[in-house]
Write a protein that binds this ligand. Structure first.
Ligand code: SF4
Length: 203
């Protein structure tokens, strides 16, 4: 069972296979791994203690970043992320990032942004579309048209607690849609990253 895996210069943590979305570009629909990670489908969710033990087997100084990103939405395990990050901070100065779909407020039914204070240096949010309808058409979220407004609210809020907030889109979007996403991102005060549509969903 793959709990942590290396991709490029970073070390990734595969916490869960739960996700409220079914994005059309999701690697989960076309494969089971990233690079040589091995299958990212989990037999069960690893306990937070198992994750920390797995991390401690590695030399964290060898990686550029530690990233919560696997075959699912990491923030389902927000409480465990807090615990893991606090323990990693005791043994390493490795920069930490959480890759998220930005839907934790809807997952938990509350404002989750304050929970991110201190547990990560960066949050990377998949924006994917510029309107609730377009988002729903691509991401098929169980939250329907509520999803995109909640993501934008989350992005603005979490910026108050985390030094770096990035919003990403894939480079297959038409130019006008890319520009509309860029404006939403600027409104939220986040950095805008256009990621290559390829095997790599980890950036
Ligand atoms: S939010 Fe991420 S894990 Fe979930 S379906 Fe979309 S790409 Fe896949």
């Amino acid at each position: 069972m793959t709990i942590t895996y290396v991709y490029g210069k970073n070390l990734y943590i595969n916490l869960t296979n739960r996700c409220p979305n079914a994005c059309e570009f999701c690697l989960r629909s076309t494969g089971d791994h990233v690079g040589d990670s091995g299958s990212l489908w989990l037999e069960r969710e690893p306990a937070k203690e198992e994750i920390l033990a797995d991390l401690k087997k590695r030399d964290l100084s060898q990686y550029a970043q530690l990233v919560y990103c696997g075959f699912g939405e990491p923030t389902y395990r927000l409480e465990d992320i807090k615990w893991i990050s606090a323990n990693v901070r005791k043994i390493s100065s490795i920069p930490i990032r959480i890759n998220t779909n930005g839907l934790s407020d809807l997952i938990f039914g509350r404002d989750t942004a304050p929970d991110f204070a201190g547990i990560t240096d960066a949050v990377s949010i998949s924006l994917n579309a510029s309107t609730p309808e377009k988002y729903d058409a691509v991401c098929h979220s169980e939250f329907g048209l509520q999803a995109l407004p909640a993501i934008l609210t989350f992005a603005k809020r979490v910026k108050q607690y985390v030094p770096t907030v990035i919003m990403t889109v894939v480079d297959t979007l038409p130019a006008d849609e890319l520009e509309a996403c860029r404006r939403l991102c600027a409104d939220a005060g986040a950095e805008f990253h256009v990621r290559t549509y390829s095997e790599d969903w980890t950036g």
